[in-house]
Unconditional design. Structure first.
Ligand SMILES: [Zn+2]
Length: 304
């Protein structure tokens, strides 16, 4: 399975794009590096360019530990809010900073907020290919307003630019397909449920995702002291459950094997890469009502 971490600083990437990147992202990422080392797993770190600019030594620590450094854009701007020229600049800048800091070629990208839509594919893929990237991991093949559209994506344009797509894993509950394998779902679900669903995933293709801030239990206090009270919706969807994440990560890493995209698909001894990879599970969860899945979908929309 792939373990992926979107390295960004919450008060900058979510609260307000013009806030400074704080040291919290540095400290939290070091904790995740320690956890990965303890279990001897590798991961792909999709890092923001602004984090690489402020903490280049962090990027070097990630690559020195044998993990993959990939790009998450520069300042967490959604792709659909930028012009083609701005997207190109954003990707160029972040890839340049990450390659300088890591000393390695970057080959992967994840769009901030999974903000890719089919009408953006042409110039998005063009910008990725121009930077020599080989894959993207930004799409959910599912109906969730913020994350995608309910249909099979045509990956013809990805093919034209020799790019692979690694979809995030999902579980189908009722009418919703939910990316349960990481983020807010992992934080808010009991570990037993994550484990039960994970057992049914295709182990090679499954993609776990999270953020360093999800283990940061004192960030809410810091943010409210620095920027004032934040809306209740965000307190609930972004901060609840953080105190359970480290413990759950240890259990997850004991129960399953993880690696990076580079190691699984792009190292010299990897077998050939399919153009797109998807791991999903159709589950029926006892006692889950349509209302439950509506609530879950709403949580998802505000957890990126
Ligand atoms: Zn992000």
């Amino acid at each position: 399975m792939i373990f992926s971490i979107d390295v960004e600083d919450w008060s900058q990437s979510v609260l307000n794009r013009s806030n400074p990147v704080t040291r919290r992202v540095y400290d939290n990422t070091l904790i995740l590096l320690d956890i990965l080392e303890e279990h001897n797993h590798k991961a792909t770190f999709f890092v923001l360019g602004n984090v690489a600019r402020k903490f280049p030594q962090l990027i070097r620590s990630i690559s020195d530990a044998g993990h993959e450094v990939a790009s998450h854009g520069y300042a967490h701007q959604s792709i659909y809010n930028l012009t083609p020229k701005q997207v190109r600049e954003d990707i160029d800048t972040s890839v340049g900073l990450l390659e300088d800091a890591s000393g390695e070629k970057v080959i992967g990208f994840r769009a901030p907020n999974f903000s890719i839509r089919e009408y953006l594919f042409e110039w998005y893929c063009e910008a990725l290919a121009a930077n020599g990237l080989k894959y993207d991991s930004s799409l959910f093949p599912m109906k969730v307003i913020k994350y995608g559209i309910e249909k099979e994506y045509s990956l013809k344009i990805f093919n034209k630019y020799s790019l692979n797509e690694h979809y995030l894993s999902y579980v189908k509950i009722g009418k919703y397909k939910l990316p349960f394998f990481g983020g807010g779902y992992f934080r808010l679900s009991p570990y037993a449920m994550t484990k039960m669903l994970t057992k049914n995933l295709d182990k090679r293709r499954a993609v776990f995702y999270m953020h360093p801030y999800e283990i940061d239990c004192s960030e809410l206090e810091f943010v409210q002291k620095t920027y004032g009270k934040i809306p209740a919706k965000w307190r609930l969807t972004q901060f609840v459950g953080r105190n359970s994440v480290e413990k759950k990560l240890h259990r997850l890493m004991n129960d399953f094997e993880f690696t990076s995209f580079r190691q699984e698909y792009y190292s010299e001894d990897s077998i050939s890469v399919p153009q797109s990879t998807l791991s999903n599970v159709d589950a029926f969860i006892k006692d889950s009502s349509p209302e439950d899945s509506d609530v879950a979908a709403r949580i998802l929309q505000s957890t990126t």
